[in-house]
Write a protein that binds this ligand. Structure first.
Ligand SMILES: N[C@@H](CCC(=O)N[C@@H](CS)C(=O)NCC(=O)O)C(=O)O
Length: 209
């Protein structure tokens, strides 16, 4: 086993970090990364994280040469180029743009769900804005609908960047919106998720309840 050469700013509940962890598992690169526990919210300030990523967001990945990559999509792209197996992000052609677009839609679910979480968990009750939350929730529903109606076969064909991103988004909904009953509204997505949740990479990265 080689000694770790990279450091990942990490939280076990961050779904963006989870995407990175799942890719590390799937591509056999876990032993290359040290995990640095990091708390990140818009109302907390972590000086070290802010130095690594001025946006103050995780994940951020410090490379062996001291350079830092941030934004989960950039990190996934980088790590996918560091292993010898089949790429989890197609290198070129229409497949690349389609898979990245599906991954981006999954990230949009996460962006909305994380904002809803901050709104309900961090923002003082008298400053909350119901209509804004509903707008975020509507984004989540439209994205789930598109995955259910138009992309199930594509998700099922390969556990790649698109599938990893959707699986992590669904896992985050289970964590933060356990009452949402998305499985009832999106049964094909539910069946697909039940299957991919069994993968060792998904099992090993389950967020703590
Ligand atoms: N687009 C970013 C989003 C990352 C993100 O929002 N991470 C959350 C944790 S789940 C965070 O660090 N939030 C702190 C903040 O918004 O200040 C990515 O893909 O890495």
């Amino acid at each position: 086993m080689s000694s770790p050469s990279m450091t990942l700013s990490h939280s076990p509940t961050s779904p963006f970090v989870r995407k990175v962890m799942v890719l590390l598992h799937e591509t056999g690169q876990l032993d290359r990364v040290t995990l640095q526990p990091t708390q990140a919210t818009p109302t907390t300030s972590d000086a070290e994280l802010n130095r690594r990523n001025p946006a103050g967001k995780i994940p951020a990945l410090r490379l062996a040469d001291g350079n830092v990559l941030h934004d989960s999509r950039v990190i996934l792209d980088y790590l996918d180029q560091q292993h010898v197996g089949d790429p989890l992000i197609p290198l070129q052609g229409p497949a690349r743009w389609r898979r990245l677009t599906l991954a981006s839609l999954a990230d949009a679910i996460l962006d909305a769900a994380v904002l809803i979480r901050y709104e309900s968990f961090l923002r003082p009750p008298d400053k909350r804005w119901e209509q804004w939350q509903q707008g975020q929730q509507a984004k989540i529903e439209r994205a789930l609908q598109q995955f259910e109606n138009e992309a199930i076969a594509e998700l099922a064909c390969h556990f790649d960047i698109a599938a990893i991103s959707v699986a992590c988004a669904l896992g985050y909904l289970d964590l933060r919106q356990p009452e949402s009953n998305w499985r009832q509204r999106y049964p094909q997505l539910a069946d697909w998720y039940a299957e991919v949740s069994q993968r060792p990479s998904m099992q090993a990265t389950q967020p703590p309840a």
